[in-house]
Write a protein that binds this ligand. Structure first.
Ligand code: FPP
Length: 229
């Protein structure tokens, strides 16, 4: 285990959880079942968080583009969110997991906003951060941050970064996408500037803590140059 200054140890990993629909389709099951199994994969990963030594895990749960899905599917995803917060919040508190939400989550249904506010308050003293991206779009996040920086009178990389939803998180080290798709889909565009990328074929419901451990081990072996030699 490295020290806090050890560059080979990841502090912040983000995951684009993709492939719930294909997982269900392969089995002749409704997409909703794929999403349910996707939540179980989230739960397994959060339970394994302490052993990873990560300071932050950021998950892309609902993008600002996901509203284009059918009303039924959007309802399913929102209901899964409600159930997940309700059932797993006591565990977060017990395991020192600090919840953070990024994206335009304040415009979600009022009962979800209230649940999230309560969850944020209850987990405020946690040690490891679970950041969940809800109604999130990277371009919009950058535009909002740039507008705030401009209003403060100075537009620089630093003043924009200070206004991003992730301003209080460690720099992003590693971005993982499951299900074999190789694109960012508007996730953490600014933060990914120097992040390592890992695209794996595993469909999200099949993603296990061992896959994350493997990814962290691979990361530790990569040489990061940040544009230098
Ligand atoms: C991608 O699968 C996944 C999503 C759009 C949502 C991710 C959501 C979850 C894992 C569940 C909710 C999360 C929490 C934290 C409660 P897809 O439907 O795009 O799969 P496909 O590309 O195979 O169709």
């Amino acid at each position: 285990m490295g020290s806090a200054l050890d560059q080979s140890r990841a502090r912040h990993v983000a995951i684009i959880m993709d492939g719930n629909g294909r997982w269900a389709k392969k089995r002749g099951l409704p997409r909703a079942v794929g999403h349910q199994r996707g939540v179980e994969a989230v739960r397994r990963l959060v339970r394994s968080l302490e052993g990873t030594g990560l300071e932050c895990l950021t998950l892309y749960a609902f993008s600002s583009e996901n509203w284009k899905r059918s009303e039924d599917e959007v309802d399913d995803l929102m209901n899964l969110m409600r159930r997940f917060i309700k059932s797993d919040l006591p565990e977060f508190v017990a395991n020192n997991v600090k919840l953070k939400i990024i994206g335009d989550w304040q415009s979600l249904a009022p009962d979800i906003v209230a649940m999230l506010e309560d969850a944020l308050a209850q987990t405020a003293n946690g040690r490891q951060t679970l950041a969940v991206a809800l109604n999130y779009g990277g371009q919009h996040e950058i535009a909002r941050a740039a507008a705030k920086a401009a209003a403060s009178g100075e537009v620089t990389i630093e003043t924009i970064a200070a206004q991003l939803d992730t301003h209080d998180l460690p720099p992003l080290d590693l971005l993982i996408r499951t299900s074999g798709e190789i694109r960012l889909s508007n996730f953490l565009l600014w933060q990914a500037a120097y992040a390592e990328m890992l695209f794996v074929d595993t469909l999200w419901p099949d993603f296990e803590p061992a896959h994350l451990t493997q990814a962290l081990n691979d990361f530790a072996r990569r040489e990061r140059r940040y544009g230098g030699r």
